[in-house]
Design a protein around this ligand. Structure first.
Ligand SMILES: Cc1cc2nc3c(=O)[nH]c(=O)nc-3n(C[C@H](O)[C@H](O)[C@H](O)COP(=O)(O)OP(=O)(O)OC[C@H]3O[C@@H](n4cnc5c(N)ncnc54)[C@H](O)[C@@H]3O)c2cc1C
Ligand SMILES: NC(=O)c1ccc[n+]([C@@H]2O[C@H](COP(=O)([O-])OP(=O)(O)OC[C@H]3O[C@@H](n4cnc5c(N)ncnc54)[C@H](O)[C@@H]3O)[C@@H](O)[C@H]2O)c1
Length: 443
């Protein structure tokens, strides 16, 4: 018998599970379909496992900075033990997520969802029907189509390595390349990061990216810029990576970190009038596709925001509202973005380059290296750029490069979102000495 529910959610990641839970709480009957690991990318093969590995990297880095300042010796990373700790978390994610869905009495199906016709979805051949459908199928690593592409490993492979190879190379200088290169280097590998032009992390402040690259270079990461890799060859001494201009690097593991592609191509979207491009499934400002009963959220949707876990949840919460009581178009708050490298690079709101286009804005460029917080931690470099509206005193944006950039950026996101002026900030009493109390010196 064909199953019929109010809403079918395709994809059991952060977007899909938040969607299913929200709809169920509003009294809707919901079926959620997942074809791989319940929980999706973030907890299984993304943010969370990466952050567990980075915990050891950070601890090692703190010890390294304090060596000779009260600590002796720099600890080494025990990769198998660290990987066991990671697996201690990730191994229970799929069953934990599934049990959580079942406890909420959400129907679940494991299999490949495919639109056979309008109003007719199949899951591994079984037909399931709903009034509305939500596509939340995320993205997967892209593999550059070069000769020898079959030798490419992905971020998923890297985050589950049993042993750390001696030589590891990343191709693509984005979030994944910088973060995983930081981990591999700290774990003792000889690391190269190949990028096809002069501007890795191009969405971030160029001067701070340059400073980050200098720091990573000092830690032993080699950046190979302006290299358009076109061949990988397996030879007795390892994998040979070459381009057309004499570049030749031998490595043990080559990870393609050149972006991600939306999981929109195996869903039969052509059968239901839904279009997609390399940025994702095309939606309007109500997250609705050209088919009025089909919506898309999270990484797989082509929306004007970065593809990040908090946005997957944000879009799910918005769409729960839309499917229970139609309302206003979606609008997004300021979105902090962060590269968890050593040190961390974070950005929110207006950039210094954008601010430079008008004399309405003031850009405060700060070298915080000698501030108390950074002296205490003996961090080699701590830089900030803070953008302020000259007239109102409102904070409009900030970029940080420091080991506590992750904390500061969220505070600044709050200041921007809640429209706190500089004068108001000075009236607050904040526990001292903390990263938060440093906010009062940022202007
Ligand atoms: C290495 C790495 C590190 C990251 N670090 C961070 C970070 O620090 N902070 C951050 O905010 N974000 C980070 N991200 C991004 C974050 O993981 C994603 O933004 C988030 O997982 C998106 O959630 P989603 O539900 O849209 O997609 P996903 O989590 O990808 O979930 C989609 C689910 O749909 C399933 N699916 C796909 N096709 C089908 C189908 N046809 N039928 C049924 N199911 C299907 C997939 O198997 C998957 O489980 C990272 C990503 C990676 C790869
Ligand atoms: N800290 C975080 O929040 C975090 C961490 C990891 C991933 N993510 C999410 O995952 C997404 C994907 O991350 P990503 O790093 O794979 O993609 P990305 O888009 O951030 O970076 C890919 C990089 O590869 C480069 N590139 C493309 N083609 C290339 C080629 N032929 N040779 C060399 N370089 C090439 C691009 O110029 C770009 O700089 C991110 O956009 C983000 O949404 C977020």
């Amino acid at each position: 018998m064909t199953k019929q529910v109010d809403v079918i959610v395709i994809g059991g990641g952060p977007a899909g599970t938040a969607m299913a839970s929200g709809l169920k709480a509003q009294g809707k009957s919901v079926l959620i379909v997942e074809n791989d690991l319940w929980g999706g990318t973030c907890p299984n093969r993304g943010c969370d496992p990466k952050k567990i590995l980075l915990s050891a990297v950070e601890a090692r880095r703190h010890a390294q900075n304090l060596a000779g300042h009260g600590l002796t010796g720099v600890p080494t990373i025990d990769w198998p033990a660290l990987m066991a700790t990671k697996r201690g978390y990730t191994d229970q994610i799929p069953s934990g997520t599934l049990n959580g869905l079942k406890a909420q009495k959400i129907d679940t199906l494991h299999g490949q969802a495919y639109f056979r016709a309008d109003g007719e979805l199949t899951v591994d051949g079984e037909v399931v029907n709903a009034t509305d459908y939500v596509i939340a199928t995320g993205q997967r690593p892209s593999i550059l189509p070069i000769t020898g592409h079959e030798y490419f490993a992905t971020s998923t492979d890297f985050l589950d390595l049993d042993t750390m190879p001696s030589r590891v190379t990343f191709v693509g200088g984005g979030y994944v390349g910088f973060e995983l290169a930081t981990i591999a280097r700290s774990a003792g590998a000889e690391v190269h990061l190949i990028h096809h032009n002069q501007r890795p992390l191009k969405a971030f402040d160029p001067a701070l990216v340059k400073a980050l690259m200098q720091n990573l270079t000092q830690q032993g990461v080699t950046f190979d810029l302006d290299v358009d890799l076109n061949k990988i060859m397996q030879q007795a001494d390892g994998l040979h990576l070459t381009d057309d201009h004499g570049f030749d690097l031998t490595t043990d593991l080559v990870v393609c970190s050149a972006g991600r592609v939306p999981n929109a191509d195996h869903l039969g979207l052509e059968n239901v009038g839904v279009s997609y491009n390399r940025h994702g499934v095309q939606v309007n400002d109500h997250l609705q596709t050209a088919n009025p009963h089909i919506y898309a959220i999270g990484d797989v949707s082509d929306t004007p925001v970065p593809k990040l876990t908090p946005l997957a949840g944000y879009e799910a919460r918005y769409l729960v509202g839309e499917l229970t009581q139609a309302g206003a178009p979606i609008s997004y708050p300021v979105v902090p973005t962060e590269v968890y490298a050593e040190p961390k690079l974070a950005q929110v709101g207006m950039t210094a380059d954008q601010a430079a286009k008008s004399n309405q804005y003031q850009v405060n460029e700060l070298d915080m290296t000698h501030w108390f917080t950074y002296y205490r931690l003996q961090t080699p470099q701590a830089l900030a750029k803070v953008i302020v509206d000259q007239q109102s005193g409102l904070v409009l944006g900030a970029s940080f490069l420091s080991e506590i950039a992750d904390e500061l950026i969220n505070y600044v996101a709050l200041l921007i979102d809640k429209q706190v002026t500089l004068a108001e900030l000075q009236k607050l009493v904040l526990a001292y000495p903390t990263p938060a109390s440093d906010l009062q010196y940022l202007y």
